[in-house]
Write a protein that binds this ligand. Structure first.
Ligand SMILES: [Zn+2]
Length: 425
């Protein structure tokens, strides 16, 4: 039975479900709760938990029944589990599942958005450099200087100044194009740099979350039993599951592998550590114990569709969506972009809107010549007779509009402790 590579390379949901099916009901319930972000507890699981509330002394040693203001009922009298007890458990399971699935979707949307956004930035950057070389006659050294100075360049100020000069017709079209492209190049380099940092951090946070199960406190809340017996069950369930998984996959587990699985199943050692441990500095290592392997296999599946609760951050208007469209089309100023991103990621519904705006923006997966045409149109000198249809990133938005957005988002700001770090980038 001793083996150094305890499980074969491919581990799928089918193996995991088959292993769970061999367990005693109490351990099945526990494993499905621990896999809550990937699995829905069955009706039998819920009835099982409700029955334990009804018969706390028989099984769990807790006092769950008194939570509903009823004295524990002796077992012989318990023929049917009261419906309200089943409903109460069901509600808790639904609430927790919505929370963990929502968090999973949130990571997925953020990573998806940033991936496409950065790909677009890189393509646009390439197009801009091409235009600078071919249409503005910029030398390679000039382009290198632009890149080198991007970090400290006063981009917003330069864009405003350029817009004012164009407005007063103090600049030739060729000069305008060269200056505009140069400034936007630098703005894009900064965007890329900024999103690279957020992306890396988000990927690590996502991984840590994927490898996590509910804590004993939360499990006890759902199940309605005391923490002590719950912890013992958790250990037993993970142990049994790891062995069952090995059997299902026709492998074997040595003691060390089972111990590693139990350790991982207790959730004490999150891969990547916690945010406070300096999460971004730790490399992404996927442990090889059966528990972590199972979680990873489930995490590798696409995120299940999930409809977030609607919000009213846009106040029923189109201000927010219009701003999001500008964001996805690289037409939003730097400060505005940072502000909008910080607020959007705090609300799952808003984040969904942003991702949808991006997917409908026609900026994803464009061919090089299409990107070039887009950039050319956006950076052309505005004409007096035909003003730009959308606010370019140069002029600062009117004070009133900014305030509107703040009002719209105010109820939301700072409600999500997990996102507080976002303001530091
Ligand atoms: Zn919202």
């Amino acid at each position: 039975m001793i083996s150094t590579a305890p499980l074969p390379a491919t581990l799928t949901r089918k193996h995991i479900e088959a292993a769970i099916a061999t367990l005693q009901p109490v351990h099945q319930v526990m494993i499905r709760l621990l896999f809550l972000q990937y699995m829905e507890p069955t009706q039998d699981d819920i009835t099982f938990m409700a029955r334990e509330r009804a018969e706390p002394n028989e099984r769990a040693g807790g006092y769950g029944a008194t939570r509903f203001g009823n004295a524990p009922v002796p077992r012989r009298q318990m023929t049917v589990v009261p419906k309200e007890w089943i409903d109460a458990i069901e509600l808790k399971v639904r609430q927790y599942r919505a929370q963990v699935c929502g968090q999973r979707l949130r990571f997925d949307l953020q990573v998806g958005f940033m991936t496409d956004y950065s790909d677009g930035l890189r393509s646009e950057l390439e197009a801009m450099e091409t235009l600078l070389r071919t249409e503005c006659g910029s030398a390679p050294e000039t382009l290198a200087d632009l890149r080198a100075q991007a970090k400290l360049a006063p981009v917003s100020y330069a864009l405003r100044k350029l817009a004012a000069r164009a407005e007063k017709q103090e600049i030739e079209e060729a000069d305008y194009l060269r200056e505009r492209l140069s400034i936007e190049c630098q703005a894009h380099i900064r965007r890329l740099d900024r999103f690279k940092k957020i992306f890396d951090r988000t990927v690590l946070e996502r991984h840590a979350f994927e490898m996590t199960s509910l804590s004993d406190e939360h499990l006890a809340m759902i199940w309605g039993i005391a923490k002590g017996p719950l912890m013992a069950r958790r250990v037993k369930a993970v142990e049994r599951f790891a062995s069952a998984l090995a059997t299902t996959m026709k492998g074997g587990l040595n003691e060390e592998a089972v111990a590693a699985a139990v350790n991982a199943g207790l959730g004490k050692r999150l891969a990547g550590g916690s945010k406070n441990d300096g999460i971004s500095s730790k490399p992404l290592v996927i442990p090889d114990d059966p528990w972590s392997r199972a979680l990873q296999a489930l995490a590798d599946e696409p995120v299940a569709p999930f409809t977030p609760k609607p919000c009213d951050h846009d106040g029923g208007g189109k201000t927010l969506v219009a701003k999001m469209r500008n964001f996805t089309g690289y037409r939003l100023g730097e400060e505005e972009e940072i502000k909008l991103w910080d607020r959007t990621v705090q609300c799952l519904h808003c984040l969904t809107l942003l991702r949808t705006a991006q997917q409908e923006s026609g900026t994803i997966g464009l061919a090089a010549d299409e990107v070039l045409a887009r950039v050319k149109t956006r950076t052309a000198m505005p004409r007096k007779e035909a003003a730009e249809p959308v606010a370019s990133q140069s002029p600062a938005p009117p004070e009133e509009k900014t305030q509107d957005l703040e009002e719209i988002l105010r109820p939301f700001i700072g409600t999500d402790a997990g996102q507080k770090g976002a303001s530091t980038w």
